[in-house]
Design a protein around this ligand. Structure first.
Ligand SMILES: [Zn+2]
Length: 101
């Protein structure tokens, strides 16, 4: 089977057979609905999962040697808050994982 292989697929929406290029983005010739919305749902779920994981990612503020002392102190405070926040979030995730196990 090559990527250009063409097949037909029964539309889950109108029940008509449509040409299908094995892609999740292919739509029905008859009603215009997606032929493989199950795949698309899976893809959307994966995308949502990826975004959720990214949500926990926090960029720790960087302190540069060129920063003046008040800036350094301010950044240190922000860092402390960020690190404790990450610690709390990590603890909650760990705790939920423990509960689920
Ligand atoms: Zn259709």
């Amino acid at each position: 089977m090559t990527p250009t292989f063409k097949s037909s697929k029964k539309c889950p929406h109108c029940g008509q057979w449509s040409e299908w290029n094995q892609k999740t983005t292919d739509t029905c010739e008859h009603c215009g609905a997606l032929l493989d919305d199950r795949n698309l749902l899976r893809e959307a779920a994966r995308e949502a999962e990826r975004k959720r994981e990214k949500g926990f990612e926090i960029d720790i503020i960087e302190i540069y040697p060129t920063d003046s002392l008040p800036v350094k102190i301010g950044k240190r405070i922000i860092q402390a808050i960020q690190i404790s926040f990450i610690g709390i979030v990590s603890f909650i995730i760990w705790f939920l994982t423990m509960l689920a196990a």
